[in-house]
Design a protein around this ligand. Structure first.
Ligand SMILES: C[S@@+](CC[C@H](N)C(=O)[O-])C[C@H]1O[C@@H](n2cnc3c(N)ncnc32)[C@H](O)[C@@H]1O
Length: 269
């Protein structure tokens, strides 16, 4: 890899492939499926949370594209699935440009293969904890024009960035490159104010990720709100996964009870 994390050990689950299992994908190993099944039994709403997180990502991209955003930087982009960022963006503007960033081998290889014939989209095998490497990468500079608004997506990934890596500083560094009219979307797992049954589930999830490459860090509303400093929150603000978009109002009560984390979109004024 160009930089950062060690090559993943396929005998040990990791966040990219576990997420792929939760989304019904096929780019995962027996070890991933085994741990994902254990999580499903102990915390049935976690895989639902993964789907709601992905659904938020799609809604956020659709929203940004509707506001004229035609270039996106997607940090911790994951293994390609149905409704990828570049596909949604292209529905609004076929010339949209997307730079995906992921440090995981399968996410990188599958994305690279899928994007081979698309000159408007690329994936970097970089660690988002090195913003300079991402922002100054030749492919980033070739595809994204930071003098124009950019959609910055940091969705479903900061929960794997520990406090020692100062996620707030990382978000601020990326945001400092965004010009007026840009957008930031992010999501973060949290156990704020959970009823006892959901708290028990998320405790099980945190314990389960001890067996994976990346551990899971939960954060409070206040910390997440701080990451949006320097942006104006788009309605409805920082809310639980099921509450962000009107498209999510078709959810049933069980789906709406999945309140493991926060999502939000901010606009750089
Ligand atoms: C749960 S998936 C989220 C995928 C996508 N952003 C979404 O929300 O649907 C998290 C992804 O972040 C990647 N990731 C975790 N830590 C990372 C880091 N430090 N640098 C780059 N990618 C990272 C993982 O490899 C994984 O593919």
């Amino acid at each position: 890899m160009e930089n950062g994390a060690p090559e993943p050990n396929v005998d040990r689950p990791n966040s990219a492939r576990l997420y792929d299992v939760f989304l019904g994908g096929s780019h995962n190993t027996a070890a991933d499926r085994e741990l994902a099944e254990r999580i499903r039994q102990r915390a049935p709403r976690w895989s639902l949370g993964a789907q709601l997180n992905r659904s938020f990502l799609r809604c956020a991209v659709r929203y940004m594209a509707s506001q004229g955003i035609d270039q996106f930087l997607d940090l911790g982009s994951g293994i390609p699935t149905v409704g990828n960022v570049h596909e949604i963006a292209a529905q609004h503007n076929p010339h949209s440009r997307v730079v995906y960033v992921d440090y995981e081998t399968i996410a990188y290889n599958t994305s690279r293969a899928e994007l081979a014939d698309n000159p408007n989209v690329t994936i970097l095998k970089e660690d988002l904890r090195d913003p300079e490497a991402v922002l100054n990468h030749p492919e980033t500079l070739e595809l994204l024009d930071f003098s124009r608004p950019v959609g910055l997506l940091i969705v479903g990934v900061l929960l794997f960035i520990g406090p020692q890596d100062k996620p707030g500083d990382l978000v601020a560094t990326y945001r400092s490159r965004l010009t007026s009219g840009s957008y930031l979307a992010l999501s973060q797992a949290s156990d704020d104010n959970l009823p006892a049954d959901l708290q028990a589930e998320i405790d099980q999830v945190v314990a389960s990720y001890e067996h994976a490459d990346e551990q899971l860090v939960l954060r409070s509303y206040e910390e997440v709100a701080g990451w949006f400093a320097g942006t104006e929150l788009v309605e409805p603000g920082i809310v639980h996964y099921p509450d962000w978009s009107p498209a999510q109002q078709a959810l049933d009560d069980y789906q709406r009870s999945c309140r493991y984390g926060y999502v939000g979109v901010g606009r750089v004024p």
